[in-house]
Design a protein around this ligand. Sequence first.
Ligand code: NDP
Length: 398
Amino acid sequence: NTGILIIGAGGVSRVATTKCAMNINTFEKITLASRTISKCEAIASDIKKNQNVVINVASVDADNVPSLVKLIEEVKPRVVLNVALPYQDLTIMDACTQTGVDYVDTANYEHPDEAKFEYKEQWAKQEQFEKANVKALLGSGFDPGVTGVFCAYAQQNLFDEINYIDIMDCNAGDHGYPFATNFNPEINLREVSSNGRYWEEGKWIETKPLEIRVEHDYPEVGVKPSYLLYHEELESLCKNIKGLKRIRFFMTFGDAYIQHMNCLQNVGMLGIKEVEHKGQKIIPIEFLATLLPDPASLGPRTVGKTNIGCIIEGIKDGKKKKVYIYNICDHQECYKETGAQAVSYTTGVPAMIGTKMIYQGIWDGKGVFNIEEFDAKPFMDELMTQGLPWTILDLPVD
Ligand code: NDP
């Protein structure tokens, strides 16, 4: 088999496919498939114009394993990159083991009727992947993704032991709308309106949604209110980082965003269960997603920067040590390069890099892996040259 098959044609896919096209010497042949073929064609046509690379397109229902298997057998790729929705993770994984092809994604499986954000069902496929002699790389976006690589890099190169990690995610972009989400509204609003949770001394501690707020100074962005959320990489990092005592995740939200979200929550518009409206069954959050601006349309109007990174504290040579590893991304620069804003960009670039690590055999093995289980250095090197350069700051230890 040669080439890669990318599934999904939203904002993240636009960036990942463009970046794969920029690395066509590595990937050899690229096929882009999604539910709506016109979205694949639009991405392919921009790439032909800007990068002069041909992207093959196809339509597929990624909820349906036999359709996926048929497509994979026709395309014969070496790796499938899943940038559809988290609902499709398990079906695409099954199609990969049935056809003997490696798998990469950027978000953990979710059932459309429950918001759980856990790796359980994907980790349960360990044996299935081993038997099929293929591998799955889970969570190769920014968070999860680069945040795990930053932690792995720190563990492998900077510390003897890591005790505390705070993942700090700031989007200081302004799109000018009173309310919009930067990526899929269903996924985004489910995540933010759920209870918060962090891990300390082997236990999960639950908080009410947005209960814990800190003011954090993001380099090149400034001080922003940041809220503790549960985020899926906490589940794998608390297992894979040795010596860890606490890991937390914080994300910035403006006051207007929170006011809108609380109001929508209070009136039931974030509901994920079906309700009947004038004889028709609708899911409130799906209807809300129809009303909100399409995240893909935010690109041209979003200005400002993102800063996502990890503050890591531990021991080196018997002494306390603390570092801040982060990346800064500018919405307009991302848009100029790929036609998408920084949230899609910061996910799509690492999706390409993870796929490259697997495609080139730099990351090898059989089974299901989280990103921090591999050697971080080659991925960190790629980040520097593919558009997501990082900085390491030494912080004073208190
Ligand atoms: P979008 O909603 O913009 O795009 C999703 C794409 O998947 C659409 O093209 C959609 O098709 C397609 N799709 C949905 N269902 C199916 C199906 N059954 N069969 C085939 N195609 C389907 O999402 P984003 O691009 O914003 O996000 C993509 C992924 O990236 C998500 O899983 C998201 O959770 C993840 N993500 C990860 C981040 C990270 O840092 N790790 C950050 C941000 C996002 P159609 O257009 O027809 O609906």
